[in-house]
Design a protein around this ligand. Structure first.
Ligand code: THU
Length: 161
């Protein structure tokens, strides 16, 4: 029963306010996942061997990918999600609909790779809490979608300053 309730919160659920909803279609989700999977080979993870890739969909339809980039000084590592966001923002994009994330040991996604807290906070800077969709993908067929609010409840953002 509890499991069923949990699954209810997993997405593609209809939004109450249609004007706010910009949910990705299954085709868009699969295309984003494919774009992320295709980038896994570019991940630079010689220390953890945990390879992560992401694909960020903008409202203009453009897709910006990112991978994790590790560093011998470990804290200098950049996650795949932040790489995608920083690439996109530095190219003038600020309006985002969804991000697909995949990752796993030795580049083989074996489950859902959820974004770390810092990446969630970076998303919070630019994305709508209720309409931005975070797609955690093990494969093109096996994925779950969460809203940013689900992954970062009771958050601090630009409007708090
Ligand atoms: N990593 C990401 O790129 N994204 C995440 O959401 C989780 C963690 C990376 C950082 C590091 O290179 C490796 O995964 C292991 O923590």
């Amino acid at each position: 029963m509890e499991m069923e309730e949990k699954n209810e919160t997993i997405v593609n659920r209809p939004k109450a306010d249609a004007s706010v909803s910009q949910g990705v279609t299954a085709e868009e989700a699969k295309a984003l996942i494919r774009a992320a999977l295709d980038k896994l080979a570019s991940s630079y993870a010689p220390y953890s061997h945990f390879h992560v890739a992401s694909a960020l969909l903008c409202s203009d339809g453009s897709v910006h990918t990112g991978v994790n980039i590790e560093n011998a000084s470990y804290p200098a590592t950049n996650c795949a999600e932040r790489t995608a966001f920083f690439k996109a923002v530095s190219e003038g994009h600020r309006d985002f609909r969804a991000i697909a994330i995949c990752g796993g040991k030795n580049g083989r996604p074996a489950g859902y790779c959820a974004p770390c807290g810092i990446c969630r906070q970076v998303m919070r800077e630019f994305c709508s809490l209720d309409s931005f969709q975070i797609i955690l993908a093990a494969s093109e067929e096996d994925y779950r979608i969460y809203s940013l609010e689900e992954l970062l409840p009771v958050s601090f953002g630009p409007e708090n300053l």
